[in-house]
Write a protein that binds this ligand. Sequence first.
Ligand code: FES
Length: 133
Amino acid sequence: MKTETHKDMVSEKMNWFKACRTEDVPANGGVCVKYDDEQIALFNFTRRGEWFATQNQCPHRMQMALSRGMIGSQNGEPKVACPFHKRTFSLIDGRCMTGEEDCSIITYPVRIHEGDVYIGVREDRMQGSTACH
Ligand code: FES
């Protein structure tokens, strides 16, 4: 697992906010954290020794559900499946892996520092997303 120093975190043009402690997120599971009015799904992918974060809203039917999705890997790429209709998204770049090209999600970088989990949010990020079908 990559551990960054505080100096590393403030040196980039990214707003890093402290989401929670590492022990607040179940092994191989996810939680929903809030940043302003935004819901972010945070995943502790223990099997890979990695952390990931995405928007919590599934763009299919706009359900706030991805933090409750099943995580796994496809051809070595980490993914999350929405618990509603099983659309699957890459945890690396957010693209839909079940064939719907117009259906993707926002991903966020995650860093761990002294047991705290930080999520990086760009101030010029896109807000929300539109439904896809
Ligand atoms: S609401 Fe997520 S796949 Fe349908």
